[in-house]
Design a protein around this ligand. Sequence first.
Ligand code: KIV
Length: 271
Amino acid sequence: MSVHGQAKKVTTHTLQEMKRAGEKITMLTAYDYSLAKLVDRGGVDVILVGDSASNVMAGRDTTVPMSLDHMIYHAQCVERAVDRALIVVDMPFGTYQGNSAIALESAIRIMKESSGHAVKLEGGSEIVGSIERILTAGIPVMGHLGLTPQSIYKFGTYTVRAKENDEAEKLISDAKILEEAGCFAIVLEKIPAHLAKQVSESISIPTIGIGAGAECDGQVLVLHDMLGITTDFSPRFLRRYLDLETQITNAVQQYCSDVRSKDFPNDEESY
Ligand code: KIV
C-alpha cells in the first residue's frame, strides 16, 4: 500500500525486481469487468487479457480467429476494473507476424484504445523484428515461447513442446534473443520443467510458466480453468481452486425450481 492507502501499481520494473529478490510473480487471465475486479482484489500481480478468450468466452476451438477489435474490447472491459495489477494484452494472430510496421500499428491501437499496459506476442527469432519495432514506440513487450497456441496448425497438437534437443536449443536461443531485444518477461508454455529452469537461470528477465514446472519466476493459469468453469479441459498442469461448474449449475437449478414452485419471489423480495 502507498501512503495514500491506494494499492501500489505493478509495473514491468516491479516484476524485474521481484525476480531479483526471488519473489514469485502471479498472473491470471481475465476478459471482463466483473471477474477482472475480483482478480485484482485477490492480489494478482499481472492480469493477462489472453486470446484464450477465443476458447473460454467465444467457444472456439483455437485462438486463431481472434481479431484486434475483439482483444481491444476485452482489454477495455478489464482496464476499467483494475487498480493494481499490470495489464498485458495478447496481440492476436495475424496482427504482428511478418510485417513490423503492421505490428507497431496493431500494438499502438491496443495501447491507445484499451489503456492496457503492455502487449504479448508468441514466437522467437521469427518475430523479433516486430518486437523491436513495437519497443521503439515505448510499448513494453512480453514474449511467449514453447507451446504457442496461435501456431496450432503447424504443431498439429497441444502436447508438451521442446522435448527433443533441437527444439530445446532453439527455445533457449529464442529466450536470449527476446531478452536482448528488450522484452520485459517471457511466458513459457508446456515445456519440460528442467528446460524451463535452465531458461529461467540463463536470462535476467522473469519467466512466467504454464505447465513449465516450479522453477519459473512466476506462474500463470487461465482463470476459467482454475475456477473450475471450463471442466472439459483437464491438463496435468492445471490445479482447480473451485468447482464453479457444479456450484453455478446447482444455483441455476435451484433458481428454476424456486420460480416454478412460486417460492421466488417472496413478500420480502417484492415491492
Ligand atoms: O491466451 C492466454 O490465455 C495465454 C496464456 C495461456 C499464457 O496466452
